[in-house]
Design a binder for this molecule. Structure first.
Ligand code: SF4
Length: 360
């Protein structure tokens, strides 16, 4: 199992019921958990396991795997056995796949009860997971809404998502199943925020899985996810998150951690503070900041590093950071833990910063 990255700070959060997914705690005041989903055929076991190992090293804490048909089940079982992270089975349409995935080692199931077929089939999944102590995510999605709500012209999309999600949670409860995480995703930022805020009001005890579905490629998806997930996290809403991007998987994890760091909830990597530069700057700050950013990608310490262009805001930010530089004409004053250490020429600034970072 990958070690849990350090908790940086924790804003006041909605107190949800805590569930355990293969030992990883979600809700009830636990750190907000980062998850992702494999983007390759489940039948490629060694490739899947290698990718999970890489994602775990980057800070992914739970991994979801599609189980699209019965052929994928034996491979899914092997992935569960070899994965360094608890594995979530993503199931649509066929309740028998869900039941078998639970029997073959899934740490959690993700289903959309609206597309499983009948309530009796959903109940068969609930009973199997209930007996085995396997939690489930009820994943309601704007693109695959339960028919009873999809056809209601009197409801907004967010009302449909909330109505559908609440009715499923109530049904699960009526069968004595409480180990539920809930998601209700849309591709639109304001619908997502509105929906989750309503869910947090209606079901304050249910842990929420945050995400913007089909958010797009790296740039657009990052912006939409950062706004929607970030706003909700700052409201104290959300217990786990997945950033969905049409991009390499490591980007999802990188963006997820960026959102957690920017909202002040968790940090596992350094934060770079750099000024935009202006007419006062007398060094090549853009080149310097890019080089520092690149080299920080391999640093695991949760430090703040400031790269600042001049004396206007430079000394203040550099002093506040763990390590920093405030530049002047062709040179920079190096700071560590609030103290000015020495001044070096422009070409030696990056090396000096990393020398100080290593010392901490
Ligand atoms: Fe301009 Fe200095 Fe502010 Fe950077 S720190 S933006 S160089 S005033």
């Amino acid at each position: 199992m990958a070690s849990q990255p350090a908790v940086f700070s924790q804003a006041p959060r909605n107190l949800t019921r805590q569930i355990s997914v293969g030992g990883v705690k979600i809700g009830g005041g636990a750190p907000v958990i980062v998850q992702s989903m494999l983007d390759m055929p489940t039948t490629h076991v060694s490739r899947c396991v290698k990718t999970i190992e890489q994602l775990a090293a980057q800070g992914c804490e739970l991994i979801r795997v599609a189980v699209p048909n019965a052929k994928a089940l034996p491979a899914f079982e092997q992935i569960c056995e070899q994965s360094p992270l608890p594995v979530i089975a993503d199931i649509h349409f066929d309740h028998r796949l869900a039941i078998e995935a639970a029997q073959r080692g899934a740490a959690k199931l993700r289903i959309n009860p609206g597309n499983i077929g009948s309530l009796e089939q959903v109940d068969a999944i609930i009973d199997e997971c209930g007996q085995r102590g396997i939690p489930m995510r009820i994943g309601v999605n704007a693109g695959s809404l339960d028919k009873a709500f999809a056809e209601r012209a009197d409801l907004t999309l967010s009302e449909k998502l909330v109505g559908s999600a609440v009715s499923f949670v109530e049904h699960f409860r009526s069968r004595g199943f409480e180990d539920v995480v809930l998601s209700a995703k849309a591709h639109d930022v304001s619908t997502t925020i509105e929906t989750y805020r309503k869910l947090a009001q209606r079901l304050p005890e249910v842990p929420l899985h945050l995400g913007v579905t089909e958010s797009g490629t790296l740039m657009q998806g990052t912006i939409k996810s950062a706004i929607a997930i970030g706003a909700l996290l700052l409201d104290g809403i959300g217990d786990t998150l997945r950033v969905s991007l049409t991009a390499p998987l490591h980007e999802e994890v990188r963006v997820a951690w960026g959102i957690l760091a920017a909202t002040g909830l968790r940090r596992r990597r350094p934060e770079l503070i750099s000024c935009p530069t202006c007419g006062r700057c007398q060094v090549d700050l853009q080149r310097m900041a890019n080089e520092v950013d690149q080299r920080l990608q391999t640093v695991e310490k949760p430090l703040a590093v400031a790269v600042m262009g001049c004396v206007v805001n430079g000394p203040g930010e550099a002093r506040e950071a763990d390590v920093g530089v405030a530049c002047g004409k062709g040179k920079g004053a190096i700071f560590s833990k609030g103290e000015v250490l020495y001044t070096v020429g422009e070409d030696a600034i990056v090396e000096a910063l990393f020398k100080e970072i290593e010392e901490l």
